[in-house]
Design a protein around this ligand. Sequence first.
Ligand SMILES: Nc1nc2c(ncn2[C@@H]2O[C@H](COP(=O)(O)OP(=O)(O)OP(=O)(O)O)[C@@H](O)[C@H]2O)c(=O)[nH]1
Ligand SMILES: [Mg+2]
Length: 466
Amino acid sequence: MYEDTITAIATPVGEGGIGIIRLSGPEAARVVSSLFRRGRRMHGVEVDQLESHRLYYGHIVNPKTDQIVDEVMVARMAAPRTYTREDVVEISCHGGPVPLREVLKLTIDAGAREAEAGEFTLRAFLNGRIDLSQAEAVMSVVSAQTSESLEMAVNELRGRLTGRLTPAREALLEALAFLDAAADFPEDEIPPTDVPEVLGRAETHLKDVLDSSQLGLLYREGVQIAIVGRPNVGKSSLMNTMLRSDRAIVTEIAGTTRDVITETINLRGIPATLLDTAGIAETEDVVERIGIDRSRQALDTAGVAIFVLDGSQPLADADRQVGQLLADRFGSADDRRLVIAINKRDLPDRFDHHELLDQFDDTPVVELSTMSGDGLDELEDAVYECLVAQAGEAREPAMVNLRQQQALGRALEHVQAARQALDDGVPQDLVAVDVRSAMLAVGEITGEQVSESILTEIFSRFCIGK
Ligand SMILES: Nc1nc2c(ncn2[C@@H]2O[C@H](COP(=O)(O)OP(=O)(O)OP(=O)(O)O)[C@@H](O)[C@H]2O)c(=O)[nH]1
Ligand SMILES: [Mg+2]
């Protein structure tokens, strides 16, 4: 437990109905006692005498001048049933930046220290209320962009990732126990263990979590979807239809869109940023040419590209040109990053693009009309399927951030190295080194094995007051 008491504004900056100052630490009640008054007579209150987990109405005053600063509700939460496991006091003020800052300053004058980013959650972790993956899940909950990503983050908050890693950890421990014992005792004194089998189990479990994490990352971080094609095929119309709003300018003039326009939608639970791009074609126009360069760059960052064709027009040279560009970048059949959309299906059919489509053998092709909306669901399904297929075999996503994913990757590498070493007849105490490294990597996720610098890095990404 910490000696000092921290304080912070726990609600976002700006005006709101209420704003909360949160204090945590042994002096929390004393600090607030010096500022809190109740009743018509404005009598002082011993906050640590208030019933825990209840709200009390009163006023915050400046003890030096006796001036009222704000009308508030105070809640005292006695350790250990609190966010940090320490004594916590929350003061609900009016939600303006000025009263909040005034009250914050008074708590500091009375002996609390202003909290650093993530320090409340850091204490919850260091006091053992949550493990590290749960602490990081707090961040995911706060920053969730769709209800699906929120649901996953909340599951993680309840310790699901740690739970999913348990079988792998147990297998590693079992292997390590045997390898260590074998180094110290003669073979016949210890129960025999099939180490390759046990390590194989650890590998399977780790792979499973890693696959699920690929899918989880998609829900958490989202993806960029580039809409590309020659001018006038209906890219901006498609963007607007997917957004269900008239965001991008649509005209019958080729070369309408000149810059990349981005907007985020919720695609079957995945936060997807649509990039409407300038139609790609030969042009003398300087502005248009810059726009086209940006279209190409958009392709570099996109997780999926939608190649829009116009089904009411015969194949144009410009279509071939875009096709070539996409075949170069998204050409391989198994990378699942391209969907072809044949637009304007409400108009008479003049589609003769088969020569072009032959270049994209396994690419899904969807026919639609942005005018009528027909085919839009099918297009979104096709894009969604691509995204999920890219993420691998797993069907149930695990909310894993990049740091955790890297640690998982390292754990897997060490297990594979250990299995290889066993096959190669490397002495067991050397095999144990790799198994131990795998354990350490798994421990970095749950927080059993984690350095000060990693902790600082993680918690500094939180906002103050969290
Ligand atoms: N009939 C019909 N017309 C469409 C459809 N989609 C788009 N259009 C029309 O096609 C023209 C071009 O549409 P845009 O969305 O501006 O095309 P774009 O690909 O963004 O064009 P640039 O920005 O110039 O590259 C407009 O007149 C649209 O109204 C459709 O499904 N059916
Ligand atoms: Mg456009």
